[in-house]
Design a protein around this ligand. Sequence first.
Ligand SMILES: [Zn+2]
Length: 436
Amino acid sequence: MKISRTFLTITLLLFPAISIAQSLPSPKSLKAVKFGKLWDARGKLWTNAIVLIEDDKIKSVTTNPSDIPPRAQIIDLSKFTGLPGLIDVHTHMTNYTDETPGKPMLKQLVDNPPAVEVFLARKGALRTLEAGVTTVRDLGSDQYMDIAMRDLINHGEMIGPRMFVCGYGLTVTSTPYKPGLNLPAGGIADGVPEVLRAVRQQVAAGADVIKLFASTGTDDDVTGFETYSYDEIKAAVDAAHQFGKKIAIHSYGPDGARDAVRAGTDSLEHATDMDDATIQEMARRGTFYVPTIDHNRYYLDNWQQIGYANGFQEKTKAFIERNLETARRAIKAGVKFAMGSDAIYTMFGENTRELGWFVKAGMTPEQALRTATTNAAELLGKPTELGAVAPGYFADLVAVEGDPLANIDVAIKNVRWVMKSGQVVVDKVSSNSSTR
Ligand SMILES: [Zn+2]
């Protein structure tokens, strides 16, 4: 990991920008980023593209060097392929844990006070940026740590991806949030009136999106028993929509998935073993499927450090296969997908490995990239600001080495440089930067 070098780069790059911003009126920051190839996520693959940036937004995309305004800082990435900043629609940013030897990560989540968790989370945030992810939808925190982190990042006090957060996820009494963890009381809601109160409480606290856990299943537990009734789920969906918020519903199994889709959820998380009628209904309604196949791979690879009891592995392996098979069926049926990693603990930085599973399930690399760009932006309700390289969009850009449309691993493993809102946040190329 190149955290310290990246952090140094970020520090050096951000501080001048901050001091300029403080001495108003400031001249506009102009940048021109040159890419050998550029996939703009809007159907065009450019050759020798120049992305012109004014402050935090993209002004235009051109191939004509004479369009570069005087005084623009030129960033030469012509050896690389450009992509829009990627979007991960399912993270748990505030549940980052460090690699303290001998202390299981589950135990760290129990022991760490919220301030420690938010402080540690800055490392996960940097690793997420290093994976090319400039925006996340964070689906479950407690003590409103996610709201704090979102605001710290937006204020420039913490470096990380742009966050859309949910506050507490809604759970029924006795649904384990994490094994060995006390349930965060703020999210417990039983019966329609309590569900309504809990949704309204998250909105009042400043949540961008609502999350509801409609089944059991998390960590080394892959059971998928439906926990909420259809009426409770419908109440949550309608209450969220009443406030103009979208809702993400967790279901490991098919029953919670069926009721979540029927109730009108905007996205369905995990959802394995869905019946054909539910998959057809998702395609008809345009419900997003966020299968999070890779997070169980991460649990299998890291179970000892996390602190799971031995013996869960066979069930989890079987679940991954069923998850992949459900994704295959959903792709064939024309269901819309968005990329969500479910990154937690030390999984940050591996956010985009999910794209590899999507290709394995039958998508082309380009279709997979859409799940982390245009599709994800649509799910966030930001289709004209995020997920594409075009005028008016946030200047979120990623440079990868190789051709990601030929091999999705290029997007997963070969990220060399990242810009978020017009600021370079990852630089592993020591690019030839100059001013004209
Ligand atoms: Zn999750």
